[in-house]
Ligand binder design. Sequence first.
Ligand SMILES: *[C@@H]1O[C@H](CO)[C@@H](O)[C@H](O)[C@H]1NC(C)=O
Ligand SMILES: *[C@@H]1O[C@H](CO)[C@@H](O)[C@H](O)[C@H]1NC(C)=O
Ligand SMILES: *[C@@H]1O[C@H](CO)[C@@H](O)[C@H](O)[C@H]1NC(C)=O
Ligand SMILES: *[C@@H]1O[C@H](CO)[C@@H](O)[C@H](O)[C@H]1NC(C)=O
Ligand SMILES: *[C@@H]1O[C@H](CO)[C@@H](O)[C@H](O)[C@H]1NC(C)=O
Ligand SMILES: *[C@@H]1O[C@H](CO)[C@@H](O)[C@H](O)[C@H]1NC(C)=O
Length: 457
Amino acid sequence: MSPLGCSLSRQLVLIILAAVSHAAFYEPYNFNALKHLGRASPYFELLDSQPASPEAPQGCTVTRASYLTRHGAINVNDDDYEDWIQPFLSKWANHTGTDWAHVAPLSFLADYKTPFPPGADTPEQVTKIGEMEAIELAIDITLRYPHLRVPSRVWASAPPRTFDSGKAFVRGLHTEDHPVDLVSVVEGNLGGANSLVPYQACTIYHEGNDEASTYRELFTKPIKARYNALAPAYNFTTTDIVGMILLCGYESVIRGQSPFCDPALFTPDERLGWEYADDIRYHYDVGYGNPLSGTIGFPWLNVTANMLMAESADEDIYVGISHRTLPSMVFVAMGLFNNSAFGGTAASINDTMPLDRINPRRAWRTSEITPCLGNLALERLSCTGSYGFDDGNYYRALVNRAPQALPGCTDGPGTSCSESGFLKFLQEREAMFGGFSERCQVDYDNSTDTVSFYHSI
Ligand SMILES: *[C@@H]1O[C@H](CO)[C@@H](O)[C@H](O)[C@H]1NC(C)=O
Ligand SMILES: *[C@@H]1O[C@H](CO)[C@@H](O)[C@H](O)[C@H]1NC(C)=O
Ligand SMILES: *[C@@H]1O[C@H](CO)[C@@H](O)[C@H](O)[C@H]1NC(C)=O
Ligand SMILES: *[C@@H]1O[C@H](CO)[C@@H](O)[C@H](O)[C@H]1NC(C)=O
Ligand SMILES: *[C@@H]1O[C@H](CO)[C@@H](O)[C@H](O)[C@H]1NC(C)=O
Ligand SMILES: *[C@@H]1O[C@H](CO)[C@@H](O)[C@H](O)[C@H]1NC(C)=O
């Protein structure tokens, strides 16, 4: 080969190598719309973004655990349906003259069939996928703790979406020789802290004031402009855009897929705009922005910590199934997903969720912490021969399977905390958030600050 040819082919090799190593060095950009849906997020585990090991730390075994779980995926939340989805679908059904072929990403709307059965009066039913995921979580929990007794009872709030999630969960535990009871926990305005919906019994609790509307208008503005340039007569509104984004989530858990999740409809940044607007909403509804969140979440933490620390207990694994609200408030009671944890103060917490721009480093991410079936676990670990740590009991929290360090309570192996540290943690949280009936200014005289339903037969 001529010297010239040789140098050319060497050049080629270099080019090819560069191309190959380019592919090996960098992962392609990947965006999964289903993981950024806020309130309508289907279940996923958190281990991708928070990879601390879910296994018990070296030398430790879990000896008792308690789970608090949001209900599984439902057809649609009634408010989401009434406020956003139904208005969008009704307008779409009325605009029979629209030539969807001109609105390319939405061309499927020319012959779209909605996933909601006509005249369905129970839109909040758990879907088949939601049931399947609840069964799977139950099986997964028994696999996590093969040495613990399978629960003989599971507690679920009474309404269909929580109770039916409980039924599915129980199917995942139940065997011929091990029946499992599903206990219905009554909801109501007079139950004090003793239910899986204590916020209903907190007289002065109310949700935020739609602080999310500013960002909702901001992120939808360019989307509306884009679609209105394609179909001016349709006059796309914020309601239409939000309706379509929510449909991506709900239709996916009914049909297993949805054309509204197609990347051609909304860019990743647009979907992140929706996610942030929802995070603002729940910051003020059930998170750090609501002064009552920690108070309403504390009784669950208190009973759970006491059940874990007790000498003996009826169950090795406790499971309670509720709505998004309760786990969110328990996160606040425990100081988890606190945007200010590594800088800032309690007083500046609202500044961490600006209304007009995204805080990309926030810890409070609804999609990740309270998807459907989202779950919080507290575990008691017995450790012997964990190098560098005394033998004894340690405590650990996991959210959607990802371990979470307790604030000021990290003196154990892995992400765990010693028993004395855990007691101190509990006392600190009680000092911040104890006194449910008083702080809620309950207007009935038989209230209670403690949870006792786990002990009823
Ligand atoms: C669609 O048409 C029905 C019947 O005329 C009407 O009641 C409804 O308000 C319309 N919906 C929208 C969103 O325009
Ligand atoms: C208080 O009394 C009402 C009415 O009998 C009852 O529904 C409620 O559960 C009671 N609350 C507690 C905390 O026992
Ligand atoms: C478009 O819809 C918005 C919101 O409903 C309304 O305020 C506005 O008047 C409509 N514009 C046109 C041109 O119909
Ligand atoms: C959140 O973190 C800040 C800063 O550490 C702290 O002052 C505040 O008490 C925390 N909030 C809660 C509810 O734990
Ligand atoms: C955050 O904002 C809410 C709603 O305006 C308010 O009730 C709460 O007191 C604020 N929190 C702090 C720490 O200022
Ligand atoms: C926490 O639970 C314990 C044990 O049930 C109880 O004695 C105590 O009063 C509870 N604390 C609060 C603040 O409710």
